[in-house]
Design a protein around this ligand. Structure first.
Ligand code: CP
Length: 327
């Protein structure tokens, strides 16, 4: 018999715990907040089996997607999440907009507000910009940080932790190893915050030049050592677009793969037998992780992450817009 969820009681209990006007930084979220997001996300899980995929939670609301950096998953899943909840969606196309005529970000935000937009999902190369805008315009607009430079990507941290919770049954006490370009990774920062809040034992590993000194977790430069008894291994993309072109971070990509590539052999030899691999994607196949591993359902959670990303973004939009009294 399939499990059913009373979504009305879920909605009331999670809403009363939720106090946020925006989602800007994973560090702002308490364990109670994260659990409220997860409970709300679970209440929407039926959407994938529904022939219409059309709820009314955000009927009449307007969500604008502003992506000043490229995206497939975050942009697509925020768009679908808003549409599944019944909202109108404005996909602002930076490349064909008046940004190309020199219009400022502030004027763009004010323009969208004047058009009746309720929530702005923003990805931008500038670290901290979403919080600054929320400070300036947050009385009338809800802001969701969809990735700001190398700083934060809170919905990614939430969907990754949710994937672990749903597929492994718990997060607390698990050893999660994040491997790759930690220094430039907003995904790493968001994951460390969320996973530690939920009680995971988080380790990061990468070449010394791609680590960051101020991280509040165990750091390693030797992948095999870091992988000992790991429950989850999360590989990250080398962020060439954020690297200082005057600095040589890696001697070569092939050397990176030799020392830091996640392979079946490494998993079998060093990790727990139940280990799972994750990657926020886009993935450089056979660089950060072997392609056969990324496609192996025994190990890979890559497309579970994508699917759960839609539910997490539905949860965030509904919690935020209901909180503002506009849904
Ligand atoms: N994980 C992630 O942020 O992917 P996109 O860049 O495709 O949104």
């Amino acid at each position: 018999m399939p499990k059913t969820i009373d979504s009305s009681s879920q909605k009331t209990s999670t809403q009363s715990q939720w106090q946020h006007r925006h989602v800007l930084d994973a560090h702002d979220l308490s364990k109670t907040d994260i659990e409220a997001v997860f409970a709300r996300a679970r209440s929407f899980a039926h959407i994938f089996d529904s022939p219409e995929k059309a709820l009314q939670n955000l009927h009449g609301r307007v969500v604008a997607n502003l992506f000043y950096e490229n995206s497939t998953r975050t942009r697509g899943s925020f768009e679908l999440a808003a549409k599944y909840l019944g909202a109108h969606v404005l996909n602002f196309d930076v490349a064909t907009s008046s940004v190309k005529k020199g219009e400022t970000l502030d004027d763009t935000i004010l323009t969208l507000q004047a058009m009746g937009v309720d929530a702005i999902v923003l990805r931008h190369a500038s670290s901290g910009i979403v919080s600054q805008l929320a400070h300036r315009y947050g009385e009338k607009l809800t802001f969701l940080n969809a990735g700001d430079g190398g700083h934060q990507h809170p919905s990614q941290g939430l969907l990754d932790a949710f994937t672990i919770q749903e597929k492994l049954g718990l997060v607390a006490g698990l050893k999660v190893v994040i491997v790759g370009d930690i220094r430039h990774s907003r995904v790493a920062r968001s994951n460390i915050a969320i996973l530690q809040t939920l009680g995971a034992d988080v380790h990061v590993v990468g070449p010394a030049a791609l680590l960051s000194k101020e991280l509040p977790c165990a750091t390693h430069t030797n992948l095999d050592e870091a992988l000992q008894d790991a429950d989850v291994v999360m590989a990250l993309r080398i962020q060439l677009e954020r690297q200082d072109t005057n600095v040589q971070y890696l001697s070569s990509l092939s050397e990176y793969t030799r020392f830091y590539g996640v392979t079946r052999e490494r998993l079998v030899y060093f990790c727990k037998p139940t280990v799972k691999v994750m990657h926020p994607m886009p993935i450089n196949r056979d660089v950060e992780m072997t392609s056969d591993l990324a496609d192996d359902p025994q190990y890979s959670l890559l497309f579970d992450q994508v699917r759960y990303g839609v539910l997490i973004r539905m949860a965030l939009l509904s919690l935020l817009l209901e909180r503002r009294g506009v849904a």
